[in-house]
Structures are given as structure tokens and as C-alpha cells.
Design a protein around this ligand. Structure first.
Ligand SMILES: Nc1ncnc2c1ncn2[C@@H]1O[C@H](COP(=O)(O)OP(=O)(O)OP(=O)(O)O)[C@@H](O)[C@H]1O
Ligand SMILES: [Mg+2]
Length: 256
């Protein structure tokens, strides 16, 4: 067994009266590639957002690389860490979303450089070199000086992935990064993610691409109504779902 990168215990999250995560337990070892699947509203995005501290949560504990994220115990209560500390911890994870959220007035390279200069305090030439390395890695060496508006959706998403990875996170979180793309552009983005997986990057990916989950993940997590309903090796799970809910989900999903 490798080193534990992520350890989630009893994660609970409510929006008002609505309990969206009802006690999620999950551990991720270094180098694992985990696909999170499940129907709309099951809590997949919320789970990623809690890991990245984009959401506060009401119960449970998340540790990244051995550090408790977001809160510290204070007697019997828990207190939110300082914003500065949370910002530092947030940098342990990189996140890519369905919407790429690139700055339109900055070139591809400048988008990747921004966090390196602002957060990692690199000099501009240093940041430029790192940005070019990662843009090359996602197949966009020739597009470094293009603006987002001059790039296809698939290219923009690859810039967004390069931007997250360039920060050298311990864990990458992907939330349906291909869902907003035209079908013919999905493959190039999945190819980039496959390459990162082959390099040993630890990743949690929410995806509706069942074929991709099947082929690339070391483990699949099936979420249902705010809990992990079933998890395991994709080959076993897809061939022999243990729960009726997963069987139903697979029937209605794109995998066949
Ligand atoms: N900001 C919010 N305020 C209130 N309720 C929210 C908020 N964000 C999400 N929810 C609710 O939390 C539940 C889980 O949402 P979440 O976005 O995590 O689902 P998901 O599994 O990612 O779904 P999808 O596959 O559609 O992306 C849903 O019932 C949703 O309506
Ligand atoms: Mg979602």
C-alpha cells in the first residue's frame, strides 16, 4: 500500500435543512486514479468542493497528506482555520471544472503563470518556463500566446488543466471536465488526463464517461443520495454490481 494522500471520515454537509453528504468515508492512496460516478444530485461536486474548501462542512474530517483541512478541534467544538491557512491548504489540491474559467484577456501562458507568480512567488521568467513545460505536456506548445477566445473548447480545457497541474498539487480534482465539450473534443482532454494518470498523479475525477472510468481508474466510487453506495475495481463493479442502485445507474448510463 502506498502513502495515504486523502482521508475523509464521516463527511457531512448540509445546505439549510437539506443534508447533501450524509457521512462519506473515503481514503485515497498516492498514485490512485479514482472515478466518482452517480446520478445528478448525489453529492459528487459537493464532495470535491469540500475537499478543496470551496464549501464549509458541518461534520467529519478531511485530511490531506496528513494535515486536517479547514478546521481544527478546539475542545469539543471545531473552529475554521484562518483564511491564510486555508489558502495554503487549498493549494495542496488542483481543480478543473466543467467550465474552464480562463481569464479572457490573458494568453494561455499568462493564465498558467498567474498562480505561479501570485501564489508560488516565482519570478516571471521562471513561471513562464513552467507554464511552457505544462502547455507542451498538454499538447499546446504552439498555442502559448493565444487568447482563450482563439482556442477551441478542448484546447481551453487543456490550458485549465495545465494551469492546475503547474501548481504541483498533491491531488488533482476533476469535475466533469468534458461535459461542456463538443463530442469530437472530448477525446483530446481524456487523453491528457490518461497521460497524467500514467505519470502517477493522484486523481479524483467526477465523470459521466463510463468507458473512461472503466479503462483508466484504479477504483470507482458510486455515490448515491449523499453516501458512497458501492466502490471497487471498475471491471468487477461494472460486470457485477452488488447493489440494485448501481445496476440501475449503469443501465441508464452511456456505458455499454
Ligand atoms: N449552493 C447550493 N445550495 C443549496 N443546495 C445545493 C447547492 N449546491 C448543491 N446543492 C444541492 O446539493 C445536492 C448535491 O449537489 P451536487 O452538485 O453535489 O450533485 P452532483 O452529484 O454533482 O450532481 P450533477 O451530476 O448534476 O453534477 C443537490 O440536491 C443540489 O441541489
Ligand atoms: Mg456535479
Amino acid at each position: 500500500m502506498g502513502k495515504t494522500i486523502l482521508d475523509i471520515q464521516g463527511l457531512r454537509k448540509t445546505y439549510g435543512q437539506h443534508e447533501v453528504l450524509k457521512g462519506v468515508d473515503c481514503t485515497v492512496q498516492e498514485g490512485e486514479v479514482i472515478s466518482i460516478i452517480g446520478s445528478s444530485g448525489s453529492g459528487k461536486t459537493t464532495m470535491l468542493r469540500c475537499i478543496n474548501m470551496l464549501e464549509e462542512f458541518q461534520g467529519g474530517k478531511i485530511s490531506l497528506d496528513g494535515e486536517e483541512i479547514g478546521y481544527h478541534a478546539d475542545g469539543s467544538t471545531r473552529r475554521r482555520k484562518s483564511e491564510k491557512e486555508i489558502a495554503r491548504q487549498r493549494a495542496l489540491t488542483g481543480m478543473a471544472f466543467q467550465q474552464f474559467n480562463l481569464f479572457p484577456h490573458m494568453t494561455a501562458a499568462e493564465n498558467v503563470m498567474l498562480g505561479l507568480v501570485k501564489v508560488k512567488k516565482m519570478s516571471k521568467p521562471e513561471a513562464r518556463a513552467v507554464a511552457e513545460k505544462w502547455l507542451d505536456r498538454v499538447g499546446l506548445a504552439a498555442r502559448a500566446n493565444h487568447y482563450p477566445g482563439q482556442l477551441s473548447g478542448g484546447q481551453q480545457q487543456r490550458v485549465a488543466i495545465a494551469r492546475a497541474i503547474a501548481m504541483a498539487p498533491r491531488l488533482m480534482l476533476f469535475d466533469e471536465v468534458t461535459s461542456a465539450l463538443d463530442p469530437e473534443l472530448v477525446g483530446e482532454v481524456l487523453q491528457v488526463i490518461k497521460g497524467l494518470a500514467a505519470d502517477g498523479m493522484t486523481m479524483l475525477l467526477v465523470t459521466h464517461e463510463m468507458r473512461f472510468a472503466y479503462e483508466v481508474s484504479s477504483r470507482v466510487i458510486f455515490m448515491n443520495q449523499g453516501v458512497i453506495c458501492e466502490e471497487g475495481d471498475p471491471k468487477d463493479m461494472f460486470a457485477r454490481p452488488k447493489t440494485e442502485r448501481l445496476a440501475e445507474f449503469l443501465k441508464t448510463s452511456s456505458f455499454n
